[in-house]
Design a protein around this ligand. Sequence first.
Ligand SMILES: Nc1ncnc2c1ncn2[C@@H]1O[C@H](COP(=O)(O)OP(=O)(O)OP(=O)(O)O)[C@@H](O)[C@H]1O
Length: 229
Amino acid sequence: MIRFEDVTKVYTRGARPALDDVAVDIERGEFVFLVGQSGSGKSTFLKLVLREERPTGGRVFVAGRDLSSLSSWRVPQLRRQIGVVFQDFRLLPNKTVQENVAFAMQVIGEPRHAIRLRVPEVLELVGLDGKEKRHPEELSGGEQQRVAIARAMVNRPQILLADEPTGNLDPTTSLGITRLLDRINRNGTTIVMATHDDEMVDELRKRVIELKDGEVVRDESRGVYGSER
Ligand SMILES: Nc1ncnc2c1ncn2[C@@H]1O[C@H](COP(=O)(O)OP(=O)(O)OP(=O)(O)O)[C@@H](O)[C@H]1O
């Protein structure tokens, strides 16, 4: 589903590469934790999958497509297959929960009847039924992240990328969010989650890819957060 073939990313000529000769293959349906210290290249990895950045060397494949030969007008089509969730939720403050989620369908031109059917379904999936009419400021952090996940999932993407999705949440709430992502993964969505959340990684025992200074230093199928443990 996602393949990096000897991918190098250099932002500034002469500087150390943000990613250095990374080769990774993520199959359809996998759940992968991407770990590593701040600056190790996790966000760069996710940006390359979305083609927000392009590699300096090597090739990135997503859902069978070589992103280096993907013309710019096809990039929106690629991104439609990828849901994205961030640490800071990025909800629209002036829209209600259901409007935030519906908006993701409106921008790609889905018809109104499809939106009316799908939005309640996905809000139920993330456990937010009953809160449809609230605004983000009337929700807890965990609930706001659930809205962001509903928005990311509403168009049924094949891949969900999560960049520190529990970074602003307390441990109990984080566990709820990670369990939700696990459930979404069990329904078939491939998930890549960049995280510093060691407890979460240790609890779920999924595949762990560790980056250090842009290089993959560990790739374990049922890993823990720190290699020394
Ligand atoms: N747009 C950019 N221009 C120049 N350098 C950049 C840019 N984006 C990232 N970098 C550099 O690339 C390296 C990897 O950064 P990246 O954001 O991928 O790390 P990260 O593992 O996601 O870090 P964090 O956990 O803090 O989010 C860092 O040295 C960073 O300074």
